[in-house]
Write a protein that binds this ligand. Structure first.
Ligand SMILES: *[C@@H]1O[C@H](CO)[C@@H](O)[C@H](O)[C@H]1NC(C)=O
Ligand SMILES: *[C@@H]1O[C@H](CO)[C@@H](O)[C@H](O)[C@H]1NC(C)=O
Length: 365
C-alpha cells in the first residue's frame, strides 16, 4: 500500500527523473571508468593507395556458386584442382572440376574461418570456437584446442609446412568473431601466432601481442612465413630457417587497408585481401571517448566500419613491394573480400559479405 501511495503521489515524477538521471550518471561513469574496454589511439596508414587509383577490376568477377554459399570466408584448392570453402552455415562445400558444387561436410561448429589442404589430403579448418579441426573423407577431429593451458579462441588462418607443422593465427584472445571490430577500436595487441607440432602433439606460442593476427602464409622456399596484422596495416615476416631463424621483421607495411588472409602465388609473390577499416569517420580512431561510446552501443559500429563499402586485394612481391591492386571501390559486386588465392591463372575471392566466390581471370588483368 505504501509503495502504491508513493507511486501515485505527486512526488513521483521528480523522484523518477532524479532516479533516471542517477542511472544515466552511473552508467556513464561505469562505461568511462570501469569498462574492461580501454582503447588506445589507432594510427591509420598514410595514403599509399594514391599510387593505385581505383580500377574496379573486382567488379569483373565471374560468380561461382551464387546463392549456394553463405559468406565463404576462405578458399583453398587440393592437388586435383577441387576448390573448397567453409561457409557461415557450417558447411564445407567443394567445387568439382566438372563445375558442380557439393555439400561435402556439415560440421558441428559455427564460426569456420581459414582453411588449408594438407599433404595427406585432409582439410585443416580454423574454428573460431574450438581451435583447429581436421576434416577428411570419413572423419572430423580436433587437432588442437588449447595452448599453454588456455582454450584457443578465434583461430583465424592456418598453413601447413612441409614438416607437417601447422602455423596458425589467433586474431584476438579478448574478442570473438561477432565483435571483432572492438579489437580494432581498442587497438591493443591481443593476437598470436601459434604452432602445432604433430611429432610432439604440442601447441606453442610463436609470436604474442600481435595486432589482430590474421592471414598466415609460407614463402615458396619455406624459409619464412608471413603473418598479417590487420589493424596495424602490415604483415610481418617470421624466419623459420637460416641465420635469422626465430627473428621477426616487417614484410610490408602502410598497406591501403587492413590485411586479412594471405596466400602464396605460384610465382612466389603473395595475394593479400585488404579490409576497409574506416568509413570516413577517421577521427573515431584517435578519440578515446568516441571509442568507449561505440563499445557501449555496438549497434553504431556498422556506421564506422568500412568493410561493407569496398573490396580490395593486392599482390605483394617476395621483396615486400606492392605490384598490383584490384578493387571494387563502391562495393557494387564485392565487399568485405577476406581472401584471394591464385590457381591456374585465375584469382578466387572469398568474402564475408557475399553468396558466391568471385573468379577473376588474371591474364587479361
Ligand atoms: C561432377 O563430378 C563429381 C565428382 O566426380 C560427381 O560426383 C558429380 O556427379 C559430377 N557432376 C556432373 C554434373 O557430372
Ligand atoms: C603460460 O601460462 C603461464 C601460467 O598461466 C604463464 O605464466 C605464462 O606467461 C604463459 N606463457 C605464455 C608464453 O603465454
Amino acid at each position: 500500500m505504501a509503495l502504491k501511495h508513493y507511486l501515485t503521489s505527486k512526488h513521483c515524477v521528480p523522484a523518477f527523473s532524479s532516479f533516471l538521471l542517477a542511472c544515466l550518471l552511473a552508467f556513464s561513469l561505469q562505461i568511462f571508468f570501469f569498462s574492461p574496454f580501454s582503447p588506445d589511439s589507432l594510427e591509420l596508414p598514410l595514403l599509399s593507395s594514391a599510387f593505385f587509383p581505383p580500377n574496379n577490376k573486382l567488379q569483373e568477377v565471374i560468380k561461382l556458386g551464387e546463392g549456394f554459399l553463405n559468406n565463404p570466408e576462405d578458399v583453398c584448392v587440393d592437388t586435383e584442382g577441387i576448390l573448397y570453402t567453409a561457409t557461415r552455415d557450417s558447411w564445407i562445400k567443394r567445387l568439382h572440376r566438372n563445375g558442380s558444387w557439393e555439400n561435402w561436410k556439415k560440421l558441428n561448429a559455427h564460426n569456420l574461418l581459414g582453411i588449408t589442404m594438407t599433404k595427406e589430403g585432409d582439410l585443416v579448418v580454423c574454428d573460431a570456437d574450438e581451435g583447429l579441426l581436421k576434416v577428411g573423407e570419413n572423419m572430423v577431429s580436433v587437432v588442437t584446442s588449447h595452448v599453454n593451458g588456455t582454450r584457443i579462441r578465434f583461430a583465424d588462418d592456418v598453413i601447413e609446412a612441409s614438416d607437417g607443422s601447422l602455423y596458425f593465427s589467433v586474431a584476438s584472445t579478448k574478442y570473438e568473431l561477432h565483435n571483432w571490430y572492438l579489437d580494432v577500436l581498442e587497438a591493443k595487441p591481443h593476437g598470436q601466432l601459434l604452432k602445432y607440432d604433430p611429432s610432439s602433439g604440442e601447441t606453442s606460442i610463436i609470436l604474442d601481442d600481435l595486432c589482430f593476427a590474421n592471414g598466415v602464409a609460407l614463402s615458396q622456399d619455406q624459409q619464412y612465413l608471413v603473418v598479417c596484422e590487420t589493424w596495424k596495416f602490415r604483415c610481418l615476416k617470421y624466419w623459420l630457417e637460416g641465420e635469422n631463424k626465430g627473428k621477426t621483421e616487417i614484410f610490408v607495411d602502410n598497406l591501403p587497408g587492413g590485411p586479412d588472409n594471405i596466400n602464396l602465388a605460384p610465382d612466389g609473390s603473395f595475394w593479400i585481401a585488404l579490409l576497409e577499416l574506416t568509413n570516413g569517420l577517421e577521427f573515431i580512431h584517435t578519440s578515446k571517448a568516441s571509442k568507449i561510446f561505440l563499445a557501449a552501443f555496438p549497434k553504431l559500429i556498422e556506421r564506422v566500419n568500412g568493410v561493407y563499402t569496398k573490396a580490395m586485394v593486392v599482390n605483394v612481391a617476395a621483396d615486400g613491394k606492392i605490384t598490383k591492386k584490384f578493387d571494387d571501390s563502391n562495393g557494387k559486386v564485392l565487399s568485405f573480400v577476406t581472401s584471394a588465392i591464385e590457381f591456374e591463372d585465375h584469382l578466387y575471392l572469398g568474402s564475408l559479405n557475399s553468396n558466391f566466390i568471385g573468379k577473376l581471370p588474371l591474364k587479361s588483368s
